[in-house]
Design a protein around this ligand. Structure first.
Ligand code: NZQ
Ligand code: ZN
Length: 388
């Protein structure tokens, strides 16, 4: 059954090899000055920086730049952007990069004209938007987060050791996003598989919740199967346009609210990973993979039928002559085998965690209690120990 929902996603998507051709026309909707923001090296080394700045020049825009946005973007970096926006009366923030650059751009957009402390207001107290928002647009170069078509902004406060996620409403979604799968050819293997698992985790966080039969679960299953098939192809040939294009669109669909419709949604794996990231600065998708295995092994008895369906539909596990528990476990084992095949890290020690960090990560993890089992603090610690 599908319960009542409303669906509205205002981001305009330009997808394909020629999608950058649409940038100039889009720019005519904004004022004279733009903030161009990007990461450390990739955008320049792939030649995209020159292409984009040529278009901006051609469109007669004045450009100020915020470079060096790091993976797991920090609040300090965000506040550097705030200063630039205010000093230059910026009319559009153009983010060129992966989820970190886009999340930071959204963070700047809501913070620039916030009169109180923005981190406390929007990421800790989760207050409603009450100030002017600067429009954001994106050119995506790394696949996984879905930030190109949603209101998510995940920001790390270094002193507080909190990696906080906020999902902002439609005004903060990118106005338009340019998705050219060719831009992802140069993403290193480690980052690529991390991003694909992030996509898969978004799908599973939404799938493993509720017990009703609805179309959203069928959509999720298709996107999971497509992600598995296409990452295998992209690992064989990193410049395979077909698989890169499928992976790119899977990631967008996995977190543009479509696959959450009528779902309760769990998100506990993300809550644990964000604090793991606050302490280790690990690649987001790798942290999710490590936590997912012990988490799902722990909670599957509480959502047994769904884990049986997952094993059958996603991993092709046969049910004949087996208990439901055996089938569910085989499904999770098949996922572990796939992670190993892709070179995805499943130990948080390998991601930089130390034994001493585990209680701190546990204490600072938000417990949501929306999945098949509401975890206790002790259970979070056991999950962290199990993937150490
Ligand atoms: O810094 P540069 O040189 O640009 O290199 C980046 C970065 O080191 C590199 N890269 C990006 N495009 C490339 C490339 N390298 C070569 N060729 C290219 N075309 O990739 C590295 C990782 O980039 P990053 O943006 O950090 O990765 P990702 O897209 O996975 O973003 C991760 C961040 O997004 C948050 C995560 O928590 C994390 O902070 N998330 C955001 C969400 C959202 N907005 O809805 C939801 C997610 O669950 C997630 O929490
Ligand atoms: Zn994620």
């Amino acid at each position: 059954m599908l319960r009542s929902f409303s669906f509205y996603n205002p981001t305009k998507i330009y997808f394909g090899k020629d999608s950058l051709d649409n940038l100039k026309a889009e720019l005519s909707n904004y004022g004279d000055t733009l903030l161009l923001t990007y990461g450390k090296n990739a955008v320049k080394s792939m030649g995209l920086y020159d292409q984009v700045t040529d278009i901006l020049k051609d469109a007669g825009k004045k450009v100020v730049e915020l470079s060096g946005v790091m993976p797991n973007p920090t609040y300090t970096k965000l506040m550097e952007g705030v200063k630039l926006v205010k000093e230059n009366n910026v009319s559009l923030i153009l983010a060129v990069g992966g989820g970190s650059v886009i999340d930071c751009a959204k963070g700047i957009a809501v913070s620039a004209y916030c009169e109180d402390d923005p981190f406390e207001t929007y990421w800790l107290k989760y207050k409603g938007l009450a100030n002017k928002i600067v429009p954001v647009a994106s050119i995506l170069t790394m696949v996984g987060t879905g930030s190109e078509m949603n209101g998510g902004s995940v920001i790390t406060h270094e002193e507080m050791k909190i990696k906080a996620s906020r999902v902002f409403p439609a005004q903060v979604y990118p106005k338009f996003s340019i998705l050219n799968p060719e831009y992802t050819f140069s993403v290193p293997r480690y980052q690529m598989v991390s991003g694909v698992f992030d996509t898969m985790s978004h799908l599973m966080e939404q799938y493993f919740s509720g017990n009703d039969n609805n179309t959203t679960d069928y959509v999720i299953e298709s996107l999971l199967k497509s992600s598995i098939d296409n990452v295998r192809a992209a690992l064989k040939n990193p410049e395979d346009y077909e698989s890169r294009s499928n992976l790119m669109w899977n990631a967008t669909l996995a977190l543009n609210t479509l696959t959450g419709l009528s779902k309760v949604q769990d998100w506990q794996v993300h809550m644990i990973e964000h604090q793991l990231g606050a302490y280790t600065d690990c690649a987001h998708g790798m942290g999710l993979a490590a936590i997912s295995l012990p988490y799902y092994r722990h909670i599957y008895p509480n959502g047994l039928d769904k884990f049986v369906r997952f094993a059958k539909e996603i991993w092709g596990v046969s049910t004949e002559g087996k208990t439901k528990e055996a089938v569910a476990e085989e499904g999770i084992n098949a996922m572990e085998k796939f992670l190993n095949e892709c070179g995805i890290v499943t130990s948080i020690k390998e991601l930089g965690a130390t034994k001493e960090m585990l209680p701190k990560i546990e204490e600072s993890t938000v417990i949501l209690g929306r999945g098949y089992k509401k975890l206790t603090r002790d259970e979070i610690l056991s999950i962290l120990e199990a993937c150490f």
